[in-house]
Design a binder for this molecule. Structure first.
Ligand code: ATP
Ligand code: FE
Length: 341
């Protein structure tokens, strides 16, 4: 079975083809950093417009690649299913991908399925040989979400806790902006933090004493921004602040994972979303899991942030499990939570 995946939930345009016998045949993501960087964040209208041009280009490329891969036969379908991101995300951006997915589905007479973007992030870790087995705990850390999810099986999830305000990825980006790092600043802040030294700075670890699985990062963000405003603007000092912030954010995530693993009795942790490519987070969580004799899984770095490979693969898993698809109606839900699946 071959699945064409389309991802356009925010500002990355991505197309992938997953084949259950050969794995990923095509996988390409185009970002829109040039379009949004001068605004310091994503401009929804511009994102949707950019998706239109980039998506058509990527679809054409993917089909060409596919025609090389399989001997083209007019009677045989070269793609069996289309999976597009249906939410959560920006409405204009989602509509571009959904419209493209449904249009191709009608013209090729094949089914299509709207996939939940966050479910896609969780299954991004399965795009590799070594896969986790159910049930497991998932830490989803991305630009729009910070959640601890009990994953029973495909399609069955319980949100144990989540951020009560800002998502951790968003806070990385906002703090980076204050440090004059260009959008998207999260990875750049992390690079800067590598030069940081242990200093007098010690930033708060929010909600680590509360006996639940929720997070709150807006206080840490304000605290860090106030320190930046009132302190020396030397490179070394900025790096020390970046390190103190990163250490605080990551220790908070690690302590909450530890608590959730203890309370649920689960011993497998799946870490996904853009922030899961952070090396300090990876190191600290690996350390935690080895102390608990548990298993930990991360996606490959390129599949941590938004990509269509995870959408194609999740579409494939869903098709195996449910066998039923909507083929001609465009479905998007900008606020589609994982517990509504
Ligand atoms: P969501 O998936 O919740 O809808 P999103 O799709 O915008 O949000 P992702 O693409 O999964 O989010 O992740 C992007 C986020 O990851 C950005 O906020 C970015 O700053 C952050 N990020 C990426 N790399 C790193 C890193 N090395 N350290 C910290 N943050 C990072
Ligand atoms: Fe995402």
């Amino acid at each position: 079975m071959r699945v064409l995946g389309i991802e356009t939930s925010c500002d990355d345009t991505s197309v992938a083809i997953y084949d259950n016998k050969h794995g990923l045949i095509y996988d390409k993501t185009l970002n829109q950093d040039i379009v949004h960087s001068c605004f310091g964040g994503v401009v929804p209208e511009l994102a949707a417009r950019s998706h239109i041009n980039q998506l058509i280009f990527l679809i054409q490329k993917s089909i060409k690649k596919l025609q090389y891969h399989v001997r083209y036969n007019k009677n045989k379908k070269i793609v069996d299913l289309i999976a597009y991101t249906a939410g959560p995300g920006l409405i204009g951006s989602l509509l571009v991908g959904a419209t493209m997915g449904c249009t191709l589905s009608c013209s090729w007479n094949i089914p299509c399925i709207g996939v939940n973007h966050l479910e896609g992030h969780i299954f991004s870790v399965m795009l590799q040989k070594n896969k986790p087995t159910f049930p497991f705990l998932s830490l989803l850390v991305s630009g729009g979400n910070t959640q601890l999810i009990y994953v029973f099986e495909i399609g069955k999830y319980k949100i144990l806790g989540e951020t009560l305000d800002d998502a951790v990825g968003n806070v990385f980006d906002k703090v980076a902006q204050q440090l004059n790092l260009k959008y998207p600043g999260g990875p750049k802040l992390s690079q800067l933090a590598k030069f940081g030294k242990k200093s007098n700075y010690y930033f708060p670890r929010p909600m680590i004493k509360s006996l639940n699985f929720n997070f709150s990062f807006s206080g840490l963000r304000t605290y860090t921004e106030n320190i930046i405003k009132t302190s020396q603007k030397t490179f070394q000092n900025q790096a020390n602040i970046a390190k103190a912030f990163e250490d605080a954010a990551i220790e908070t995530l690690v302590l909450k994972c530890k608590y959730a693993l203890k309370k649920t009795g689960l011993n497998t942790l799946v870490v996904c979303g853009g922030v899961s490519s952070n090396l300090v987070l990876r190191y600290q969580l690996k350390k935690l899991m080895s102390s608990l004799y548990g298993n930990i899984f991360f996606a490959k770095k390129k599949f941590c942030t938004d990509n269509a490979a995870m959408i194609a693969y999740t579409g494939y898993l869903k098709s195996k499990k449910y066998h039923s698809f909507v083929s001609n109606s465009i479905f998007v839900n900008p606020k589609w939570t994982i517990s509504q699946i």
